[in-house]
Design a protein around this ligand. Structure first.
Ligand code: ADP
Ligand code: ADP
Length: 232
């Protein structure tokens, strides 16, 4: 099966005059072991789609599958367990713990579960993200780009099957952004991971294998092996 799939996905926020249809009958397949980019204007439903696919948010209608598992059959506790085991998520706002150092933030998903990090894995992630000199710093002592890389390291440290990243290059200069894209590309090509990334950046989207385009809560376009011209 695909790594993740949405069938007839609906998400409605609020009621009455505050009612917003964030997703409207969206069908998407996220192929396993491939890199998918999600594009579309601000407010088109990209973050909502990511949150529903990652089990962070319950849909209003339709179904979400992770592999063969229908998320609506899981209790909140089961969903949390599945998320911890299978999913890495990089939030737009990073969600780092301000009182912990970068190193402590990175290994937090493991320490919560009473696990120790694999030293070789940790070293390779830290090196690839160029964070070695920043491990003892707290988030407030890091630049936005460094915080973003810490958040990505934290999402990779559990070696999840699928990683969701909400505008991971949004706050990075083009060199750092390029390095981060390279790392995600390598996670897919060398380690068979599945990556789903929201981006506004055509250069970033062109690194993906598949591009999904949302507008007003609907899937309006979809193509494989994108060229920069297609995603502009
Ligand atoms: P995008 O990521 O493409 O910018 P979002 O998924 O964040 O889009 O938002 C889609 C629509 O849902 C927008 O109209 C947004 O204002 C609305 N929305 C998102 N989150 C909430 C929320 N928690 N409560 C109410 N409306 C929301
Ligand atoms: P080697 O196994 O050749 O020493 P590395 O030091 O690059 O390779 O990585 C050690 C282990 O860490 C790998 O076996 C792999 O499971 C994991 N790993 C490294 N980088 C990544 C990555 N970007 N995404 C997922 N897993 C990774």
């Amino acid at each position: 099966p695909p790594a993740a799939r949405a069938v007839g996905l609906n998400k409605v926020y609020g009621t009455g005059s505050a009612r917003v249809v964030a997703l409207d009958a969206v069908d998407v397949d996220i192929p396993a072991g491939r890199f998918t980019a999600v594009m579309g204007p601000s407010g088109s439903g990209k973050s909502t789609l990511m949150h529903c696919l990652a089990g962070l948010d319950r849909p209003s209608g339709g179904s979400v599958y992770l592999g063969a598992t229908a998320l609506d059959t899981l209790s909140d506790g089961q969903l949390t367990d599945l998320r911890r085991r299978e999913i890495g998520f990089v939030f737009q706002s990073f969600n780092l713990v301000p009182t912990l150092t970068a190193a402590e933030n990175i290994i937090l998903p493991l320490t919560i579960g009473g696990q120790r990090p694999d030293a070789a894995l940790l070293e390779s992630i830290v090196a690839a993200l160029d964070l070695a000199g920043r491990l003892g710093h707290r988030p407030a002592e890091l630049s936005g780009g460094q915080q973003q890389r810490v958040a990505l390291a934290r999402a990779l440290v559990t070696q999840p099957q699928i990683v969701f990243a909400d505008e991971p290059t949004g706050n990075l200069d083009s060199r750092t952004g390029g390095r981060l894209l390279g790392l995600m590309r390598r996670s897919v090509d060398e380690f068979g991971r599945t990556v789903v990334m929201v981006t506004h950046d055509p250069v970033a989207a062109a690194v993906a294998d598949q591009v999904l385009v949302l507008a007003d809560g609907r899937l309006v376009d979809q193509f494989s092996e994108p060229t920069v011209d297609q995603v502009l």
